[in-house]
Design a protein around this ligand. Structure first.
Ligand code: AMP
Ligand code: GLY
Length: 424
């Protein structure tokens, strides 16, 4: 298989790392990739939002499969673009088409789907500028905290959780008046759910599905889940409370109705589905769907998949997923993100990273890194490295990652010291 991975984060490095273990891989490209992916495959200086350029490259290099890491090209219709051109019919793009990607691209779409197919989720109502007064009335009926969600994708910032009613009303107005641009033309107001979050992933060919290892990510920048939201500061897998009983509920109440529901709506969903769930007193509720893998969850999910990833991708492409197995590594995996000081606000790039080497039990997946002409590796983003380790249990996996981090350094590096502590 000649594979092209689109993206440049820790997620894409972890997918590249896993792909490279397959005997089916004959050539690997990553666009644009980072300093880590360049050691496994060939980085390509290509914008993944430029579908024409991606297509030209894929034809030129006889690519068989394109795996799309981030949501943006999917929500913008990269799959539809490839399907619209006869000369690209030999290339499989892994991910949902534009309509199916609304699962992530439109909160209103996903809430309607969940309501229609009885998938457990927070109670909600959707408002526009035209019925903002009803929105105020709805908020008055709810208890705090108030959850407001911009319908569209707002760079991960479109969800507001507010303690006071007057703040919630003000923000509803701000959102509907363009605070998040067109993404806020519709706003979902929903009930606040209290519980522990986890991420569950499946790979599906539209009919059959395989459940991948679950994970828990740590979104806030500060210890004990305080401070600003980030792309993710660390992740662990497995998640102790996601036992057989809980995962059976997830499968029967969430995964199966979602996949069946999409089919009934006439939507062919092929690709990864990321279920952002919350455990409310032992029952799973859907907080959100994403149409891609999570980051940093992928950095612990890929290491725990024992099966050949490319065989799974092939199963999805050829509608033979039911014939494939997902074998899971019994070891735990934990990843700790080393980020640039200041992230998720202002931070500096270009800091030389020292201490990168082969570790016995750890893998360093690169996120925002770049290789300079002289061969040195420097930081090139907020999240810089995902230091992932195996362990007999989550505690030992974390310990190994924290030990590896002691050997790695760059100016102003920051990481959370309490990843996974709530689970130990
Ligand atoms: P989302 O972009 O939908 O994942 O929302 C971002 C974050 O807001 C989630 O990861 C949750 O931590 C939180 N959140 C979203 N919806 C709810 C809800 N209904 N109840 C409690 N927390 C929520
Ligand atoms: N880690 C959450 C996400 O990828 O959206």
């Amino acid at each position: 298989m000649r594979l092209l991975i689109l993206g440049s984060g820790g997620r894409e490095h972890a997918i590249a790392w896993k792909s490279a273990q397959s005997s089916h891989l004959s050539k690997l490209y990553i666009a644009p990739g980072n300093a880590g992916t360049s050691e496994i495959g060939e980085n390509v200086d290509l914008s993944y939002n430029d579908f024409e350029a991606v297509a030209a490259f894929a034809l030129d290099k006889a690519i068989d499969v394109i795996l799309v890491g981030p949501e943006e090209p999917l929500v913008n219709g990269i799959v539809d673009y490839f399907e619209s051109r006869d000369d690209l019919s030999g290339i499989t793009v892994i991910g949902p088409n534009k309509k199916a990607a609304q699962l992530e691209g439109s909160k209103n779409f996903s809430k309607e789907l969940m309501k229609k197919y009885n998938i457990p989720t927070a109670k909600y109502a959707t408002f526009t500028k035209d019925n903002i007064k009803d929105g105020y009335g709805y908020l008055e009926l709810m208890k705090p905290p108030y959850v407001l969600k911009a319908d569209g994708i707002a760079a991960g910032k479109g969800v507001l959780i507010l303690k006071k009613l007057d703040e919630a009303k003000k923000e509803l107005k701000n959102m509907l008046e363009g605070k998040f641009g067109a993404a806020g033309n519709k706003v979902v107001v929903e009930q606040f759910l209290k519980g522990i979050e986890l991420s569950v992933f499946v790979i599906t060919d539209g009919k059959n599905y395989k459940v991948l290892p679950e994970a828990k990510d740590y979104k806030r920048v500060g210890a004990n889940d305080t401070g600003l939201n980030t792309g993710g500061m660390g992740a662990v897998s497995p998640v102790p409370f996601a036992n057989r009983e809980f995962m059976d509920k997830v499968e029967n109440q969430v995964i199966i109705p979602t996949i069946k529901g999409l089919r009934k709506e006439g939507i062919l969903y092929k690709g990864f589905i990321f279920f952002g769930l919350i455990n409310v007193k032992g029952d799973p509720f859907v907080i959100e769907y994403n149409c891609r893998m999570g980051d940093p969850e992928t950095e612990v999910v890929m290491p725990r998949i024992k099966s050949d990833l490319l065989e799974l991708l092939d199963g999805m492409a050829t509608d033979t997923l039911s014939e494939r197995d997902v074998e899971i590594d019994p070891r735990s995996a934990a990843t700790v993100m080393m980020v640039s000081g200041g992230y998720p606000e202002e931070y500096e790039k270009g800091k030389q990273i020292l201490g990168l080497k082969e570790f016995e039990n750890s893998m360093v997946f690169h996120a925002g890194t770049k290789q300079n002409e002289d061969g040195s590796v420097v930081s090139n983003g907020g999240r810089v490295l995902a230091v992932t380790s195996y362990g007999k249990d989550v505690e030992r996996a974390l310990q190994a990652s924290y030990e590896a981090i002691e050997d790695i350094n760059f100016d102003n590096a920051y990481f959370r010291k309490d990843i996974g502590f709530d689970l130990i």
